[in-house]
Design a binder for this molecule. Structure first.
Ligand code: UDP
Ligand code: MG
Length: 335
């Protein structure tokens, strides 16, 4: 039943697979997700791609609806399900991280609960893993299911990040496969502000890409309103680039050159024509302009300072409230 693929450098055996699914108020879609993931696991086992010990880890990120009750039920009746509950809502990236930290399997796939990233794409990911890749990025080939605004902002964002020198896989979010080694290495990164898709690129292990068409959300609604999307985007910038700080220096140099030219001009007028520069507009305009630029710069510096403040506190990213079904069944609870 085990598949062995021989590559130039590696021999990889069919892995045990963990699928990690962060869930926040996903009661509307959860049962469908469960059914689809389980049938995917069965197909993967039948084709010899993964071992029978494979599991699905659902992480309840402090949901207020019936998500946790449903997960408890699933974990109690199906030994392939592990249900992990966080003490409160900590956000998608932290919930994902909590799930990754629970896994012990050889390969780990992270996927959203809303089935936007079709589980049928896990099979080609495993194939890429069997060829010796330690990270396999799911890449959205087309984003028809996203709104025009989301597509536009996402496209712009990836381009800006590229310009800032941040190494991101274009149109890859958090649907990916990682080897055990990649997951363990990722978990050693100590930062509080997580931007996993950037951190995974930092790992540098051999990687490949699986392209797929993103489906519309199966049920329920997006948990990433504009405010949260902007917050994640800004986390990505500040966690991976100091270009905004450099831009401030550059702005300072430019403003310095401009004011030098202005001073020379004022002096020339004074010396050669004998009058002072008339009017207060010529004073007020640069004062107001430079004042606002300074405030903006202070804001950007403050953002980085805030991030440093959060990082030096070294607070845990999440607290676990309960884990069900992690170890071979005897009771329902595990530490
Ligand atoms: N999610 C989470 N915690 C949050 C917000 C979202 O665990 O605070 C999960 C959510 O349940 C889903 C995934 O993160 O499985 C992606 O969220 P969503 O589909 O709402 O984002 P979108 O696809 O709209 O960007
Ligand atoms: Mg979604």
């Amino acid at each position: 039943m085990e598949t062995v693929t021989r590559c130039a450098h590696s021999v990889v055996q069919a892995p045990s697979l963990a699928v990690v699914v962060p869930c926040y108020n996903e009661e509307a879609v959860l049962l469908e997700t469960y059914a689809e993931l389980m049938s995917t696991l069965e197909q993967l086992q039948a084709s010899g791609r993964v071992l029978a010990s494979s599991k699905v880890y659902f992480v309840d990120d402090g949901s207020q609806d019936a998500t946790w009750q449903m997960l408890e039920q699933l974990a109690a009746t199906d030994s392939r399900v592990v249900a992990v509950a966080l003490s409160r809502n900590r956000g998608h990236q932290n919930a994902l991280c909590a799930g990754l930290a629970q896994t012990v399997e050889d390969a780990v796939v992270s996927i959203d609960a809303d089935l936007q990233d079709g589980p049928e794409n896990i099979a080609p990911m495993i194939d890429a893993y069997l060829e010796g890749n330690e990270v396999v990025f799911g890449v959205r080939k087309q984003r028809d299911s996203d709104t025009f605004f989301k597509r536009l902002t996402a496209e712009g964002y990836y381009r800006v990040m590229q310009r800032l020198g941040v190494d991101l896989v274009f149109n890859h979010a958090d649907f990916r496969l990682m080897s055990r080694r990649a997951v363990d290495t990722l978990l050693q990164y100590p930062e509080t502000n997580l931007f996993l898709r950037g951190m995974v690129r930092e790992l540098g292990f051999r990687s490949s890409v699986v392209e797929y068409a993103r489906r519309p959300r199966q049920a329920g609604e997006s948990k990433y309103p504009l405010r949260r999307m902007l917050s994640l985007a800004w986390k990505g910038v500040t966690a991976f680039s100091i270009a905004p700080l450099r831009a401030i220096t550059l702005m300072g140099v430019l403003a310095g050159c401009l004011s030098l030219a202005l001073i020379v001009w004022v002096l020339c007028v004074k010396v050669f024509s004998g009058d002072a520069v008339p009017g207060w507009a010529s004073i007020m305009v640069p004062v107001l302009f430079i004042g606002s630029v300074q405030l903006l710069c202070l804001g950007v510096i403050g953002e980085y300072l805030g991030k440093i403040y959060e990082e030096v506190k070294r607070r845990p990213r999440y607290h676990l409230r309960e884990v069900i079904g992690r170890f071979p069944r005897e009771g329902t609870e595990a530490p």
